[in-house]
Ligand binder design. Structure first.
Ligand SMILES: O=C(O)CCC(=O)C(=O)O
Length: 403
């Protein structure tokens, strides 16, 4: 694994050829601070999740004082290139051979999503899958990737990385082999699911105020479906995702807006329709990208236990590529894939996961040809800077790594 100095980081991002993303050897893990969890959270976890431990052993140590469970990486600790924690898949699954798993949901759950704009689906992933995701996340936080730099350095999250599946093979394998695609296909009433963009989000510090999601990749609101998979129990005092039911139907909030003032005129019918979810390890939340929602962190922004989530936006069958250059939406589409506005979204950059992963797309990913292009980053973000107003530009950058 290549580790480089701060200045070199910036030089490399603007100059790195595709070969910067070819596989490289993994160095030994960096040290992390001792991992702690509050007594209350630990006790509740034991009481409520007999089958899946609330967190790893290390996470259930009691915390004598409020101390971050995960410290921000030092600049020299960031890595470039592909990363492979070499995790065995659960249930005897053979990598790139065994077809993806299935998980049936009910018609009622699908209708809840359509009506409320959000649905909570419990126990989609069993303890083996949860442990797999935790192990993949542990590796990632110990071997931070440069693509996590912007979001993590801005202190939005203790660790956050977009398109994690592109650099960390364990997350790609999760999408290829788990039942996630099947669940999303049922929710979207579609016969195909592709990953448009994703995020590994560890501990959202002070949280995220009311917002809609417009970092969904190069797709429209209705082509997308948001997913959120938690590896941990929501702490009792904070961190529960909160949604305004039905707000995906609003026609008031500007398409380009990220943060939403729910007191604004036109949102009266939604602002008191609150759905709050105390999620458990292995649960999924699925929502429409326009559904207004928030996550509140602790007041001091210090997470004394892990809140690890894999989330993102999937694209339904028939999705078209929409070039969002010139708007904030481009920030989640910085790859050099060659798709043109109006093309079918069919590319290893947006891999199919349902009904089945595609061997060729997976091989492309493993060969390091699916990655961000420094050239595109400069041209696309340059276009955004030119067109967007100062305020919107700042707002999008605030969420560059995190939305
Ligand atoms: O869980 C989080 O940290 C944020 C989730 C969220 O608001 C989102 O993914 O849009």
């Amino acid at each position: 694994m290549v580790k480089i100095s701060t200045l070199a980081l910036f030089a490399t991002i603007s100059a790195a050829p595709v070969s910067a993303f070819i596989p490289s050897n993994v160095s030994s893990p960096r040290g992390v601070t001792s991992i702690r969890q509050s007594t209350r959270a630990a006790e509740e976890a034991v009481a409520t999740t007999p089958s899946i431990p609330s967190s790893d052993d290390a996470n259930s140590m009691k915390s004598p004082k409020r101390e971050k469970v995960l410290k921000e990486p030092a600049l020299w600790e960031y890595n470039f290139g592909l990363q492979d924690p070499k995790l065995a898949l659960p249930h005897g699954i053979v990598e790139r051979v065994t077809p993806p798993e299935k998980f049936e949901i009910t018609e009622e759950q699908i209708q809840t999503l359509e009506r409320d704009g959000v649905v909570h689906i419990k126990n989609v992933f069993d303890k083996e899958w949860v442990q797999y995701l935790r192990d993949a996340t542990k590796y990632q936080t110990e071997e931070p990737h440069f693509w996590a730099f912007a979001g993590t350095a801005s202190k939005l999250y203790d660790y956050i990385q977009r398109n994690i599946w592109q650099t960390n093979k364990a997350f790609a394998n999760f999408y290829y082999h788990s039942a996630m695609g099947h669940v999303l296909a049922q929710c979207g009433r579609t016969d195909e699911i592709r990953i448009s963009t994703d995020l590994l989000m560890v501990n959202p510090n002070k949280g995220f105020k009311w917002h809609q999601d417009n970092q969904n990749g190069p797709i429209t609101w209705d082509e997308g479906i948001r997913f959120w998979i938690t590896m941990d129990e929501t702490p009792a005092e904070y961190g529960a995702p909160v949604y305004l039911k039905g707000s995906h139907n609003n026609n008031i909030v500007d398409e380009q807006a990220v943060f939403v003032d729910i007191e604004q005129e036109g949102l009266e019918e939604y602002r008191n329709e609150i759905a709050e979810f105390r999620t458990m390890p292995g649960d999924m939340l699925i929502w429409h990208p326009r559904t207004i929602h928030k996550v509140d962190g602790p007041d001091d922004g210090i997470w004394t236990s892990y809140r690890r989530v894999l989330g993102g936006t999937a694209a339904k069958g028939g999705t078209i590529y929409h070039d969002k250059t010139g708007s904030g939406g481009v920030l989640s589409d910085l790859g050099h894939h060659g798709l043109q506005d109006g093309d079918k979204l069919d590319s290893p950059f947006f891999p199919i996961v349902y009904p089945q992963f595609d061997q060729k797309e997976a091989q492309n990913r493993d060969a390091g040809t699916v990655g961000r292009s420094p050239k595109d980053i400069v041209s696309k973000i340059g276009g955004l800077a030119g067109k967007a107003s100062g305020e919107k530009f700042a707002s999008f950058f605030k969420v560059l790594g995190s939305r």
